[in-house]
Design a protein around this ligand. Structure first.
Ligand code: ZN
Length: 275
């Protein structure tokens, strides 16, 4: 009797909405990343409108209520306290290391490369353009295709509207900026934390954010048993999104097993004498 194999695969295809903050999908190499406050930063009452204690209190919730809550992401952020003093962190220009125009526009006055994620207040107008831009974030230190450090600047200009936000919205802003710091760009998905417009809706991560962070910081599959000695998903980290997600990995493995099984059955049926 012939054995029949029914293979049903349901593929849900959806467009990838999340983007990266650089053109090579960089992320921190280590999954444990610290979020720190620049040692000598100050946030003015008439600028960002934050005391040092208030700034500190925004970081914990921005980490724990959002980015640390994704079951398919290995990223674990933690508050790391204060950095050593960073020269003129409050007034210098923030540039990506590859942005020649930005660097040459502020000769000798760019913020030096940092390690981990560093938050500061900054009052330099050309970092923000206007008081309506709440904050800016740029990874300003890379090693090859890995992010080594990112700077988050909260708008501390006198016209900054950051001070007018509710505490919940300020936490949402910091969480959104941390999203940039870990490698994510903007999305056109309105339900996402990384949507670029609405601030007041950033109360939780959207599905799109979770897929983005899980792509950049995939859970290792070690210990699943299923894979035995196979490679971990980490080694697929830099593949394009279509090849790199957790679900695609599982699906690919499933297909491989099925193909292997079909080939095995075909071989067996060919080898069997026919009557
Ligand atoms: Zn943004």
């Amino acid at each position: 009797m012939k054995r029949m194999i029914f293979l049903f695969i349901f593929l849900s295809s959806h467009a990838l909405a999340y983007t990266f903050n650089n053109n090579f999908g960089a992320s921190f190499k280590d999954n444990d990343v610290k979020v720190m406050i620049a040692g000598n930063t100050y946030c003015d009452e008439l600028g960002a409108g934050l005391t040092q204690g208030e700034l500190e209190d925004l970081i914990g919730p921005a980490i724990d209520k959002f980015w640390n809550r994704v079951p398919t992401s290995a990223l674990r952020l933690s508050f790391g306290g204060y950095t050593e003093d960073i020269t003129s962190i409050n007034t210098r220009k923030l540039c990506a290391p590859t942005d020649e125009a930005c660097i040459s526009g502020a000769p000798g006055a760019t913020i030096a490369p940092v390690t981990e994620i560093v938050i500061a207040c900054n009052e330099r107008e050309d970092n923000f353009g206007s008081g309506n831009v709440l904050a800016v974030t740029i990874p300003n230190n890379f090693a090859g295709k890995d992010i080594v450090g990112s700077v988050i600047l909260i708008n501390n200009m006198a016209t900054s509207v950051f001070k007018n936000l509710s505490r919940a919205d300020q936490i949402g802003v910091i969480a959104h900026e941390i999203g940039h710091a870990i490698g994510l760009g903007h999305t056109d998905d309105k339900a996402a934390m990384m949507y670029y417009r609405t601030v007041d809706l950033r109360r939780a991560l959207g599905e799109d954010d979770m897929r983005g962070v899980s792509y950049l910081y995939p859970m290792k599959l070690d210990g699943f048993g299923l894979l035995g000695g196979c490679a971990t998903i980490d080694e697929n980290k830099k593949l394009p999104p279509s090849g790199g997600s957790f679900f695609t990995m599982i699906l690919s493995l499933f297909l491989l097993v099925m193909i292997w099984e079909i080939r095995r059955l075909l071989k067996r049926s060919q080898a069997r004498p026919t009557f």
